[in-house]
Ligand binder design. Structure first.
Ligand code: PLP
Length: 377
């Protein structure tokens, strides 16, 4: 099965009970048992729900894993994965990780005794030198947000295996349509499905895929015990969104290329961060491990004032957090998505006040470029 076919025919495409071609929303909490313990696969919807299960099977197929899990948000998915570790364990993470991921590790999970080190994982040597006897996992985000750094997933997975560690990859930016971390050796893939997978700015959700029966049992135990599950309505919305992921990602790639071309040639733009650019430091790696470069571009306009001026003039780029939807969005990471990272640390990472990030949508690209042109004048 090829990739766009799998988006539509993967998982459980039709309802086995009725033949319904759109998998039904099983809006139900509990299930009749014929006698005690004698039931048809479902007993209580925190433990399992048919609509959620159809989504979990779909993301499992798309990522090429052993089992999928759906949660109420990307952060709930990440937290559940981290709950597989114990107090005293240590996890290494990418330094310019999503702001909420930084926050949950350093302000919540640290209180449960999970220790973290943040390094620039785009350089493998940085990781090796941080591995300790209590290290249990390496958590990567690639491409990163908002600086678009790329980490060698296969290289990290190899290093991790040598030390008996798990490799966890947040695949939100690339989606399984462009990048398959499990095929590259990762053990767990995470998604904020709120972004490209949902794709229409109408659902908050998280997904996790694991590559073994052992991890599937452990993660299902945490999911069922802590209960951060996705409801049937939102599961259905995601199944529906995922069907068009392929054509959306392809169309966005074209729009993004045209916008990058425009930005690199504009005198008001100091620097453009995009892995598809040949002078991007990890361009060849990005090309090797993913089939597309994605629809996210960051660029520096020089100052916070210039960024505000740009925002005030744009017509089609909506000022909003989030990304990956049909409508183009723009944000200022230093004051929005990455505000939870201390200012000093942001400066170290290079997340300047003048850095703006756009998520390219599906509008006509001529309109998007015209909009940016007018606003940058
Ligand atoms: C948005 C995002 C998250 C968090 O997901 P939510 O669905 O907002 O909880 C995690 N990682 C990345 C890369 C994200 O963009």
């Amino acid at each position: 099965m090829k990739r766009k076919t799998r988006l539509i025919h993967g998982g459980i495409p039709t309802d086995p009970q009725t033949g319904a071609v759109s998998f039904p929303i099983y809006q139900v909490s509990t299930y009749k048992q014929e006698s005690v313990g004698n039931f048809k696969g479902y007993e209580y919807s925190r433990t399992g729900n048919p609509t959620r299960h159809a989504l979990e099977e779909l993301i499992k197929d798309l990522e090429g894993g052993y089992a999928g899990f759906a949660f109420g948000s990307g952060m709930a998915a990440m937290t559940a994965v981290m709950m597989m570790f114990n107090s005293g364990d240590h996890v290494i993470l990418t330094d310019d990780v999503y702001g909420g991921s930084f926050r949950v590790m350093t302000k919540v999970l640290n209180r449960m005794g999970i220790d973290t080190t943040f390094v620039d994982t785009s350089n493998l040597d940085n990781i090796a030198s941080e591995i300790r006897p209590n290290t249990k996992a390496i958590h990567l985000e690639t491409p990163t947000n908002p600086l678009m750094k790329i980490t060698d997933i296969a290289g990290v997975a190899k290093l991790a295996k040598e030390h008996g560690l798990l490799t966890i990859v947040d695949n939100t930016f690339s989606t399984p349509f462009w990048q398959n971390p499990i095929e590259l050796g990762a053990d767990i893939v995470l998604h904020s499905a709120t972004k490209y997978l949902g794709g229409h700015s109408d659902v908050v959700a998280g997904l996790a895929v694991v590559n073994s029966e052992k991890l599937a049992e452990e993660l299902h135990f945490v999911q069922n015990s802590t209960g951060g599950v996705l409801g049937p309505q939102d599961s259905w919305l995601l199944i529906r969104g995922i069907k068009t992921l392929g054509i959306r990602m392809e169309e966005m790639e074209g729009n993004t290329n045209a916008i990058v071309d425009f930005l690199v040639n504009h005198s008001g733009v100091k620097k453009v961060f995009y892995p598809g650019l040949e002078d991007h430091p990890n361009h060849s790696l990005a090309k090797k491990q993913a089939r597309g470069f994605g629809g996210m571009i960051s660029f520096d306009v020089g100052s916070g004032e210039k960024a505000d001026e740009l925002l005030s003039k744009l017509k089609y780029f909506t000022l909003a957090e989030s990304l990956g939807a049909v409508e183009s969005l723009i944000s200022v990471p230093a004051r929005m998505t990455h505000a939870s990272i201390p200012a000093e640390r942001r400066a170290e990472l290079g997340i300047t006040e003048g850095l703006v990030r756009i998520s390219v949508g599906l509008e006509d690209v001529e309109d998007l470029i015209e909009d940016l042109k007018n606003a940058l004048e």
